[in-house]
Design a protein around this ligand. Sequence first.
Ligand SMILES: [Zn+2]
Length: 104
Amino acid sequence: MADSKVYREDTCTICLQNLESEAFVTLTQKGLNKVHQSSLECGDVSLYEYLTAGPGCVKIHVTCRRDYTNQKRISVLRTDASEFTHDGPVKKLRSLCNFFPVEN
Ligand SMILES: [Zn+2]
C-alpha cells in the first residue's frame, strides 16, 4: 500500500490534479462503470481498486474522462507497440467503402 495513489474529492481521479483547473464532472453510476472498465483494460490497478471499493463521489475532468475511456487509446495500450500495424485496419475500411455503391 506504500506507493498507492491518494484519491481525494477535490482532485481529478484520473490525473490527480486540482479539479478547479479545468471543467470537471461528477460521475454518474454509468460513467463510473465506464471508467472502472477502462481502468481494468488499461491495467490501472490503483484506480481499479479504488473504484471497486465504491467511492461515494468521483469527480474527474471532462477531458480526462474522454481520454481515459477512449477505446482507441486503450487498444493501443493493450497492444504491444511492435504488434501494432498501421495499414491493417485502414485497408479493411477502404474495402468497406468500395462496397458502397457510388453512382446516383
Ligand atoms: Zn484530470
